[in-house]
Write a protein that binds this ligand. Structure first.
Ligand code: IMP
Length: 352
């Protein structure tokens, strides 16, 4: 221990406190008595606000290899919501939005042309949900952007904002005008924020801490969700909805060409929006690279992926004897897993 830190600890006036941060794989929900006879009895829907109900509590991430028109339409058809990415000109984003048939969903930045973009999308694209989407949202840029957007649109537009990791940040964003808040810093499958900056928090831990908020903003768990099981854990720990990127990448509806490897197997690109490749494409240069680009196997129609996730979440709730997300949050019991438990939880025949 360096001497200055040792002194601080010994003095006791600035004691270092370490909080353990639980990640999805650290916990399991304990199965409970259930009288649910069919998955159809389980309602996994939730509200984004008093006017927008989602029958599937899943949002697709505003990333250039995840959500444009085709994904947004498929999400809407399956009961979820797609958030159109912002890595384009206002005109290009407007063109994409106009093809969306359900609730129009759009990301905007917190600086630069954000207000002009927002006005154009709402006035000429009939956009109902604006997502102010930045890497570190507990920030003065977010405060200014939300204040200006709220002043301009009042309650006529739903303001989603993120990403943040702490209860203080959740409360501040809610007070600045956010109607829903994306929770999770550094957990995304394509994210290198924690490696580059040393900052972040396991998404499940952030969700749990933010769920203690007394503000009414909707909590969206975002980053690192790999399975329907992770979704059930996020919902049980207090999320109202979940957002995913990698799970929906590589599908027919995700933007981008299909490539073939030497064995003739199809794949598509999925990349972090702060990756070198994405930054080069959308702003012609790269700096502060906090993401990676990756190729994922082609997965076919996203509706099949969403159907499987829907079924998985329903089964998850029934294991807790819960007929709704509210019931799950009220009744859930949780245990921490050891590393042996984590191994046993995997399909470990593959490890033999
Ligand atoms: P995934 O579902 O684990 O793939 O995570 C998707 C989430 O990662 C998005 O919704 C964003 O919050 C986040 N994200 C997107 N691009 C980047 C990046 O380049 N660096 C860090 N996080 C990112």
């Amino acid at each position: 221990m360096c001497s200055s830190l040792k002194n601080q600890t010994l003095q006791g006036d600035k004691v270092m406190r370490f909080t353990k941060g639980l990640a999805f794989d650290d916990v399991l929900l304990v199965p409970q008595y259930s009288d649910i006879k069919s998955r159809k009895e389980v309602d996994i829907g939730n509200h984004l606000d008093s006017e927008i109900d989602l029958s599937l509590p899943i949002l697709s991430a505003p990333m250039d290899k995840v959500t444009e028109g085709a994904m947004a339409n498929a999400m809407a058809e399956m009961g979820g919501l797609g958030i159109i990415h912002r890595y384009n000109t206002i005109e290009e984003q407007l063109e994409i939005v106009k093809k969306v048939t359900g609730v129009r969903a759009c990301a905007i930045p917190a600086t630069g042309d954000f207000l002009e973009r927002a006005v154009e999308l709402v006035d000429n694209g009939d956009v109902r949900v604006l997502c102010v989407d930045i890497a570190h949202a507990h920030h003065i840029h977010m405060k200014n952007a939300l204040t200006m957007l709220k002043n301009h649109f009042g309650d006529n537009v739903h303001l989603m904002a993120g990403n943040i990791a702490t209860l203080q940040a959740f409360n501040d964003l809610a007070d600045w005008g956010a109607d829903s808040i994306k929770v999770g810093i550094g957990g995304g499958s394509i994210c290198s924020t924690r490696i580059l900056t040393g900052h972040g928090m396991p998404t499940l831990q952030s969700v749990y801490e933010c769920s203690k908020s007394d503000r009414s903003a909707v909590l969206i768990a975002d980053g690192g969700i790999k399975t329907s099981g992770d979704m059930v854990k996020a919902l049980a720990f207090g999320a109202d909805l979940v957002m995913v990127g990698s799970l929906l990448s590589g599908s027919v509806q995700s933007p981008g060409d299909i490539h073939y490897n030497a064995s003739g197997e199809p794949y598509k690109q999925y990349r972090g929006m702060a990756s070198k490749e994405a930054q080069q494409d959308w702003r012609g240069k790269s700096a502060s690279i906090e993401g990676v680009a990756h190729y994922v196997p082609f997965k076919g129609c996203v509706k099949n992926i969403l159907r499987d996730l829907d079924n998985g979440i329903r089964s998850g709730l029934s294991y807790s004897g819960a007929r709704s997300i509210n019931e799950l949050q009220a009744t859930m019991k949780v245990i921490e897993q050891t590393s042996a438990g984590q191994f046993e939880s995997s399909t470990h025949i593959k490890s033999k």
